[in-house]
Design a protein around this ligand. Structure first.
Ligand SMILES: Cc1ncc(COP(=O)(O)O)c(C=O)c1O
Length: 349
């Protein structure tokens, strides 16, 4: 657990005299950095899943958001009166909404129709404005259309500040500084790390960290089928978080040892298998776990590798999608999951 909080009295109610109880005064002061789930009983291979959903923004994006905001403040780009604007499929939006509320900035999140309703409501509850792009751009998809809208907003008024998670080096630096060292500390003999690729901030931060320290860790990127990130053809993708319709500028493939592509149907199956064991994770965790399982089936025949993967968020933001039977059946048909693996809710007709 990392906690930048105080150990002094807060409002006269709590006193952490032993130094073991986190007492915070800012939402960014707390982030669980040391929690792993061992998936051996589910996969037949030991896979340590690093849980990044335990903070006040509910996802790994709190780290990238904080790093980008603080760098912009230090650089004088962001100052009182600025309006933050960002294109996000959800989690970075919630993280920026959290930070904006705590620091007194306004924030406009530009997202698209695939953004979960609960994610949108979270941002609004935190006082942010959410703009939904309804139609994809002909060549750049939803992401292209979102970025066009952000550009137009910034051109209209110089109070708008776009941190741009797709190009901002502080996105990957957050993980270079926090996520990767935390994994390295926990697993000094790590053989393989599976990282889902969205903006590729998490992937590049972790990959750079291990490469620069000459640690022999195989970095396996996990992406969804239909994403163009690693050069595949574009296709329909309904689960936010992973994958892109425009190649991410942060990506430097020379740091990536392998790429595994996962069909969304397999993502859903992995999410439901985890939920059946009481672990309700977000959609991209299903992608990462499914990709890691495929890779380990081929490469860890003797079951000796030490493998870790990153779970960016938890499942409660996906109750209307990944864990909702009607949504699943409309998109993927009835044959997606065998009956004994169904955990999804059914909305009565
Ligand atoms: C749900 C989810 N999946 C995947 C990712 C991928 O992260 P990145 O943009 O660093 O590649 C994120 C980032 O927050 C996420 O929130």
């Amino acid at each position: 657990m990392s906690c930048a909080g105080t150990d002094e009295a807060v409002g006269g109610l709590l006193q952490d005299q032993g130094g073991n109880v986190p007492v915070i005064s800012l939402p960014t002061d707390f982030n669980e950095e040391e929690l792993y789930v061992d998936l051996r009983s589910m996969l037949g291979h030991s896979l340590y899943l690093k849980c990044e959903g335990f903070n006040f923004a509910g996802s790994i994006k709190l780290k990238a958001a904080q790093e980008m905001v603080e760098a912009a403040e230090r650089g004088g780009v962001l100052s009182p009166g600025s309006i933050l604007v960002e294109s996000s499929s959800g989690n970075l939006g919630v993280a920026l909404a959290t930070i904006a509320a705590s620091k007194g900035y306004q924030f406009v999140c530009v997202t698209d129709a695939r953004c979960n309703l609960s994610t949108r409501r979270l941002m609004e509850a935190l006082g942010s404005q959410v703009h939904i792009i309804a139609e994809p751009d002909v060549s750049g998809g939803f992401l292209g259309a979102r970025i066009e809208y952000v550009r137009a907003l910034c051109a209209s008024d110089d109070q708008y500040v776009w941190l741009n998670q797709y190009t901002n080096p502080n996105n990957w630096k957050a993980h270079y500084r926090t996520t990767a060292p935390a994994i390295a500390r926990q697993f000094p003999h790590l053989d393989v790390l599976f990282v889902g690729a969205g903006t590729t901030g998490t992937l590049m931060g972790c990959a750079r960290y291990f490469r620069e320290r000459r640690r022999p860790v195989r970095i396996v990127a996990v992406d969804s089928v239909g994403s163009v990130t690693f050069g595949g053809p574009p296709g329909r993708r309904m689960i936010p978080g992973l994958g892109t319709s425009v190649r991410p500028q942060l990506l430097d493939e020379s740091y990536v040892d392998e790429v595994v592509n996962v069909e969304e149907a397999d993502t859903i199956r992995a999410c439901h298998r985890l939920a059946r064991r009481g672990f309700l994770f977000g959609g991209s965790t299903g992608t990462v776990v499914s990709g890691a399982a495929q890779w380990l089936d081929h490469h860890d025949v003797q079951g000796r590798l030490t493998a870790a993967a990153i779970a960016p968020d938890l499942g409660e933001r996906y109750l209307d999608t990944v864990y909702q039977m009607n949504w699943l059946q409309d998109l993927y048909g009835t044959a997606l999951l065998p009956d004994d693996e169904l955990t999804a809710g059914v909305t009565p007709a």
